[in-house]
Design a protein around this ligand. Structure first.
Ligand code: PHE
Length: 363
């Protein structure tokens, strides 16, 4: 069955003829004329060529009449082209050449604006990853080679994971509203009766929350890292920012020792920064590790504090249902921005979050 009827086809040719004649008449110079010629009479993709193809769709008995009309149309358009050619050649070319002559004479005029021109100095500016993201990826790589898999947890936490299971009881100063971003301040000023009160959620202040989440989910041995954002209401200065990243590490198994903790952190430091970096451990205190240490690394002429670490407190193992008589573990938390700053020689953390391309594109 034919997809086109003869009437449709003839009507289309009429319409086309009108349009094309109009376009030829409107041409004011050879350039425009050439464009219109290609558009209608172009051998490959001209409109006429397309219309000719559609002859095939007609029923056999309709083809002679349609073909005849098509040939007429073609002749008409070719005649219109000839006529337009002569008209354009005869008419004086307005303005353009005159303008060009003037410009050639006056070297100091700026070239006319050409929105399609590609200036030679234009360079493709490729985007790149934020330095902190680059650091996170490398930290993961290095820790993967040390046998740690990546775990994850939410940034909005409940007090159990951010505090209680980590051996930070209700009255502990670390839970002070001034030191944490609690999500509902209304509850702080007007405490509800305890039975109506759901857990007071907060933005996690440390990635140690993920230790709890991992151990709650699966039995020992676990050997994981967690990398992510943490939040503390600190005033921003060269070394503090209210949002930053930590890399948490946790290894729990039979017979894990502090010597292994120190080895893993030393290996991380030398694999990440190079063999010349030194690591120092200073006695410290965290509610969820015992004993606890601060971890420093050499930078420039001194030391930079990279984070905290220690042996997982038996109270924490108990909170997640592990048996502290059977397993021991170590945990550490390193500041990702500190690592990033040492890696690239950046001396102010605020630079990382100012979103200034001139700064960021250096990395
Ligand atoms: N969570 C601690 C902090 O944010 C760091 C830490 C992690 C300390 C693991 C010991 C063990 O300061």
């Amino acid at each position: 069955m034919a997809t086109t009827t003869l009437d449709d086809y003839l009507a289309q040719l009429d319409q086309l003829q009108q349009q094309a004649l109009q376009r030829f008449r409107e041409c004011r110079n050879a350039q425009e004329l050439e464009q219109v010629r290609v558009e209608y009479l172009g051998a490959k993709r001209g409109v006429l060529r397309q219309v000719q193809q559609r002859l095939k769709e007609l029923a056999p008995e309709e083809k002679p009449q349609a073909g005849k009309r098509f040939n007429e149309l073609k002749k008409t358009l070719e005649a219109a082209l000839e006529e337009a050619k002569q008209r354009v050649a005869a008419s004086p070319q307005p303005e353009k050449p005159a303008k060009e002559k003037r410009r050639r004479g006056a070297e100091d005029l700026p070239p006319p604006f050409d929105p399609t021109a590609v200036p030679p100095q234009a360079q493709l500016r490729l985007g790149r990853l934020h330095p902190v993201t680059q650091t996170i990826r490398r930290m993961k790589e290095v820790m993967a080679r040390l046998g740690f898999e990546v775990a994850d947890g939410p940034e909005v936490e409940d007090p159990w994971h951010n505090f209680e299971a980590l051996n930070i009881p209700e009255a502990h100063p670390a839970r002070d509203p001034l030191d944490n971003f609690y999500l509902s301040t209304a509850r702080l000023t007007e405490p509800q009766p305890p039975q109506e009160e759901g857990p007071q959620l907060l933005l996690r202040s440390q990635t140690s929350t993920v230790q709890i989440r991992v151990m709650e989910k699966r039995p020992a041995p676990v050997r994981v890292i967690a990398l992510g954002r943490v939040y503390r209401p600190d005033t921003a200065d060269a070394t503090h920012f209210p949002m930053f990243h930590q890399m948490e590490g946790l290894y729990v198994d039979r017979g894990v020792t502090m010597a292994q903790l120190k080895t893993v952190l030393r290996l991380f430091a030398s694999m990440f920064f190079g063999p010349e970096v030194q690591v120092r451990f200073r006695p410290s205190f965290f509610p969820f590790t015992e004993p606890s240490v601060e971890v420093d690394m050499t930078w420039k002429d001194g030391w930079i504090e990279m984070g905290g670490a220690g042996m997982v407190d038996p109270a924490v193992l108990q909170a997640v249902g592990y048996d502290p008589e059977q397993v021991t573990g170590f945990a550490f938390g390193l500041g990702v921005e500190r690592v990033c700053m040492r890696q690239y020689g950046i001396d102010d953390i605020r630079l990382l979050y100012r979103n200034d391309v001139r700064f960021l594109q250096q990395f």
